[in-house]
Design a protein around this ligand. Structure first.
Ligand code: ZN
Length: 146
């Protein structure tokens, strides 16, 4: 299996069977995100204590890229500090806009490198991340990619 096929498989898998899907009753941050260009919608539930994201879940519906991205994002940020998440967001954003990452720094998130070839998909891939950042910053407004 080529790397490209492996990455495709990760996205299809997480798009069909998203991890950390559903509400979190003890969440202390909730944030809605919407990508009107594609129709992707999600709600994030986060348990954050002392600057650490202890747990994160999401609900929502959208294209395979947006659902897979939200699913992989929840796996990637759980247990990380807000500072670490900021760095990860920058690396991920660079990946989906430029198609490259510093070697090995993103793990499974590297699966989204192909998105850089489809600029319209960048908003699908980054919706969950923008929503996460807004949630941790206690932004009172729902996130929209427009
Ligand atoms: Zn989408």
């Amino acid at each position: 299996m080529s790397l490209r096929e492996l990455y495709q498989e990760i996205i299809v898998d997480h798009g069909k069977q998203p991890r950390n899907f559903g509400k979190l009753a003890n969440a202390n941050h909730c944030q809605a995100g919407h990508n009107p260009l594609c129709g992707d919608r999600l709600m994030l539930y986060i348990v954050e204590r002392n600057g650490i994201v202890e747990d994160v879940h999401f609900e929502g519906a959208g294209c395979a890229i947006s659902v897979a991205s939200a699913s992989l994002m929840t796996e990637a940020v759980k247990g990380k500090s807000v500072t670490e998440i900021d760095k990860l967001f920058d690396l991920f954003h660079h990946l989906v806009t430029e198609g490259s990452e510093p070697e090995g720094s993103l793990g499974k998130l590297a699966a989204f490198g192909g998105v850089a070839e489809f600029p319209v998909r960048v908003k699908c891939a980054t919706l969950a991340w923008h929503t996460l950042k807004a949630a941790l910053a206690n932004d009172p407004d729902p996130v929209t990619t427009e």
